[in-house]
Design a protein around this ligand. Structure first.
Ligand SMILES: [Zn+2]
Length: 228
């Protein structure tokens, strides 16, 4: 059994045991306690929300609850990372990489598959993507080698030998400490590849005003100005 699975089982068992010790099992039984423990592992879900969702599933019709279980199973069995851009996909290469109408010389680098969705929703970007599957984080112990940076470098190198070499890489990692650290590392990694490396602009959110902006945001907005 893979180590990650063993860790996962150990964590769920520990949380179920904790629930039993705290008397929560006595309230709603071991099966529900396990479901609550599972739901709590999801991002943004606390104990109360987990309990509310668990009891919703308990009282909802069986086909509805099992439909959710089936959907999760389907996703885990059929969705995988695209071998080119590492975005999640059911087909390899993914639809975006396979789309011949997109500008193959332009790559937008993002941290997570959700970021691809966010940029795609804008409908203004017609290049390709590269998903890092995270960001460098000292706090969470995530190193550059844990990301798909080597794969990006290799991708750009390979493209050099084709009719459409990569012209520009847009670093669209998050505008926070980890995202900036990742962008700096990427810039160094891409330095000798002869591609233009750009970083997404940052500054004032649309609809805000100068007087309420923080000094740092206002400074970034002025530094990131463009011709008008
Ligand atoms: Zn792809």
């Amino acid at each position: 059994m893979p180590r990650a699975w063993l860790n996962w089982y150990a964590r769920v068992a520990r949380e179920t045991l904790l629930a039993a010790r705290e008397g929560r099992c006595g309230v709603y039984g071991e099966a529900v306690a396990r479901l609550v423990a599972e739901l709590r592992r999801l991002p943004g879900i606390g104990q109360r929300t987990a309990e509310r969702l668990a009891f919703h599933l308990v009282v909802s019709p069986k086909p509805e609850a099992l439909g959710l279980a089936e959907a999760i199973k389907d996703v885990k069995e059929n969705v995988r990372p695209c071998s080119t851009c590492k975005n999640v996909t059911e087909r390899d290469p993914c639809e975006l990489c396979a789309d011949e109408s997109r500008d193959r010389a332009l790559i937008c680098v993002v941290e997570r598959p959700m970021d691809v969705l966010a940029v795609e929703k804008l409908g203004i970007f017609r290049g390709l993507y590269h998903v890092l599957l995270g960001s460098i984080s000292l706090l969470d112990g995530v190193d550059a080698k844990d990301l798909t940076i080597d794969r990006l470098v290799e991708r750009i190198r390979k493209a050099k030998e084709t009719a459409v070499p990569v012209r520009e890489v847009i670093l669209a990692t998050n505008p926070n400490f980890d995202g900036d650290a990742t962008a700096l590392h990427l810039r160094a990694s891409l330095d000798k590849l002869g591609v233009r490396v750009t970083r997404i602009a940052r500054g004032l959110p649309s609809g805000s005003s100068l007087e309420v902006a923080s000094k740092a945001i206002l400074a970034e907005a002025i530094e990131g100005r463009r011709d008008f």
